[in-house]
Write a protein that binds this ligand. Sequence first.
Ligand SMILES: O=P(O)(O)OC[C@H]1O[C@H](O[C@H]2O[C@H](CO)[C@@H](O)[C@H](O)[C@H]2O)[C@H](O)[C@@H](O)[C@@H]1O
Length: 290
Amino acid sequence: MTKQSVVVPEVAVPMPHNTAPLFPYPPPRAASGVSVRKKYLQAQLDLGAGRINGWVESMRASSPTHAKAAAALAAGAVDDELAAWMVRHPSALSKFEQIVAASKGKKIVVFLDYDGTLSPIVDDPDAAFMSDTMRRAVRSVAKQFPTAIISGRCRDKVFEFVKLAELYYAGSHGMDIKGPAKASRHNKAKAKGVLFQPASEFLPMIEQVHDSLIEKTKCIPGAKVENNKFCASVHFRCVDEKSWSTLADIVKGELKEYPKLKLTQGRMVRQFYFSFFVVADMCSHQTILC
Ligand SMILES: O=P(O)(O)OC[C@H]1O[C@H](O[C@H]2O[C@H](CO)[C@@H](O)[C@H](O)[C@H]2O)[C@H](O)[C@@H](O)[C@@H]1O
């Protein structure tokens, strides 16, 4: 372990093509034949000037507004990396019988992502509403299995969207976890809404970062800073590509001021954000500096 903040790659999960979407967003595909992941990994090792270029390159490669990506989307092109990913992660629907057979005698727990999975991706993060059809689907899943939603968003916000008290919610990239507020057959004894917030001591620091980022990004049209309670996210979906390096500079500067914080970058076609957060040791509640 080194005492340095790093950019942690988000596990970006492109939706397989062969599932019937419950919302009208095209399944994300990698931007071109170039491996976005390789470029991204190259970009994360330090925070020097070259790295800013790496970040911007990664932002650009993941953008559907980028000409190449738009062309790839229009042509339905799938690059090698995505094709390989899809072989490793086939649609659960196409493997349903195998899943049923493999789950015999085992306890199943369902973990769901929110943005881009239960809700459509939209420009305004506050307007990523979930459909009633999707809510009904999640409710029926939760009747059968303990079900959790894991998100980079603030937990309260996810609950506001989902409104199902029988679920587990993990917000702020797992820094804020709450058990179901409503009893169900999976959690009769523990329906007290058990709370797990290992990074509480860092709330004032995250608040400061959030406020400072709002101030510093004011000059960049389209930039949006979201308060996700135990993390702060900078959205660049609506920022003109010409301003991305300025924005990446701001993010880099902020990270230098707060070395205890980690940075993750939402990648692939559907995600456009940087998130500042604390990584906590789940056992000792101490901060880990990787
Ligand atoms: O872990 P998730 O539940 O997938 O959350 C990841 C981020 O999702 C949200 O941002 C993404 O969706 C927005 C609404 O569709 C979109 O405008 C943005 O460009 C996407 O990156 C959320 O706002 C972030 O805080 C989450 O970290």
